[in-house]
Design a protein around this ligand. Sequence first.
Ligand code: SF4
Length: 414
Amino acid sequence: MKILLINPNRFLFPPVPPIGLEYVAASLAQKGHEFRLLDLTFHENADALLDQVISEFMPDISGVTVRNIDSVLFHDNEFYLDFIRDIVLQLKDRHGLKVIIGGAGVMVNPEGIREYLGADYAIAGPAEDIINELLAALCCGENTKKVWNGIFRPYSPCSRITTAVDYKQYYNAGGIAGFETHKGCSSSCVYCIEAHSRVVFKRPENVIREIKGFIENGHSDFHLCDPEFNEDLDHAIEFCTALRQEHIRMQWALYMKPANYNQKLFRLMKETGVNLITLTIDSFKKCPLYWTDVEKIIFNAQSCGIRIAVDFLTGFPYEDNELLQWCLDYFRRLQPDRVNINTFIRLYKPLMITKIIERDDTLKTHIIGDWDNKEMILPIFYNQIEPERLRELIAGDRIFKVEGEEKGVNYTRS
Ligand code: SF4
């Protein structure tokens, strides 16, 4: 079959290459399908370009990746699905193509998003294997289900085609290439769609092969695409050890959670070129050990000379201003390079935080958005800390930034 893969993500602060489509492309090619990857990131006139590519390539079917449904932040929130819905409409109505959607954004509500976009099929989770099964079912004329669950294959050797994306354009616009050492997260953060997701690791040698491919093309800056690098301490150490043996000159940034670390890991990260850690923290029902881990991670990063930024989500139900004040004082004492504070919690249908709010009507006074629409596709937030109060407590301290007030992510800001 001929399949047109489309990246409609036009967010530019920074632009993010469509890594998921690169895995899907490789998997399709291995099964003998022909693909074309249309990246709309840098194109103003997406409509005309789409028509042109379809008339040249004449695909049998199309696949559209949905990285996020909106920018997740309350301030200046950007909702992406309406633009994607126009593309789906164009594919179906003007060109008669069936549309498969996939990507991280679909995970928050596969059927709801499929319906909102008017797509034919949705893949929830890794699409690289399951898409071939879906195509096989369609080839046989099966009247197949609408939502397919992706397959998590431990140590999958799945290859990746990186030549279909113009990486030079991404680097010129402040974007960088990514790679992943695993999928999924075993933690249970109540606000996160990755919580309790299946974890599957990749073999370090396969990941390093991808990195070398970029290095050969002159790109040596990377951002890790794992939810959090330190999902498993042994695997993180194994990966860094293998990377160090290759003596590759590169720089990379990554996310960590307050768990699974030791001094050896920090030494190895420094030796392999890690230049920025973003530590994901929240204030929801934490025990003292949690804060001890946060402190040790910040201390270890600082002692190794790795910059460390904190993404701090706070203002959960039943928290008070005293807790917020305590947290701010705690960060003032530790002095990470930067603390991004977010007090607007994006709600999605399957999240634990949504269920907590559902059970207590008094909490609903803090909802911004349409609570009655249970699909929660349009932006909806929980916020109980007045922005003025937050600013008062921050008191002009320059390590604190209010998330969303400044565009970008930690690696572009620093
Ligand atoms: S540790 Fe990070 S990725 Fe995992 S559930 Fe929490 S916020 Fe999500």
